[in-house]
Design a protein around this ligand. Sequence first.
Ligand SMILES: O=C1C[C@@](O)(C(=O)O)C[C@@H](O)[C@@H]1O
Length: 229
Amino acid sequence: MNVESFLLAAATADPAEEPNARDHADCIEFRMDLADEPLDALDDYDGELPLLVTNRATWEGGEAPPYGRLDALSTAVEHDAVEAVDVELATLRGRPVGTNDATPADLVGAARERDVTVVASVHDFEGTPAPGTLDALLSAAADAGDVGKLATTAHGRDDALALLSATHRADARGETVATMAMGEAGKHTRAVAPVYGSRIGYAPVRAEAATAPGQYDLATLRDLVDELR
Ligand SMILES: O=C1C[C@@](O)(C(=O)O)C[C@@H](O)[C@@H]1O
């Protein structure tokens, strides 16, 4: 997946919804952890947009069962439509996975073999850490993957500004990052962060099925980002 310029990912638990996203999105984020039979849904996928697959762990805000989480992602990256895979930075750093599961190295190896982009992600559902921590997290994530993604929670303008400033610094260091502040106070960062270098934005295919707090609907985020960049 080409992350040289901004990509808008339409998030969904059902990739068959792709036709509803096609006019606005650049790719589909398939939240495998929110689907009943994610690998079957992948086999059936015949949409036009490429897929970014995510199988989010419960300890990072997702619903994936603890066993076989990385195995499922390793199988997913074999699909032709899959051009990017999201893996938590904590997983890449060695947080234990289930017994008999694929290792993070297996998964990254499978992704590399297929030229699938690795998005190393960090989510903070509590708040927005201090600037030094934001810098360290972004650098570590950008180093661990092809794109380092950081989603924090903003409780006020200062948090939103801190996230945008950290995005700007990471971009100035030459790091490829994707950032957003979750929550109402961070909502505008989803539109503004691309101005400061964020390469991926997320909005749900169906507005009522948001995958994170404070997301815009897809058409609105597309318009805002295109208007501001
Ligand atoms: O990590 C992200 C970013 C996100 O949490 C957001 O804040 O838009 C939405 C998730 O679907 C995605 O996996």
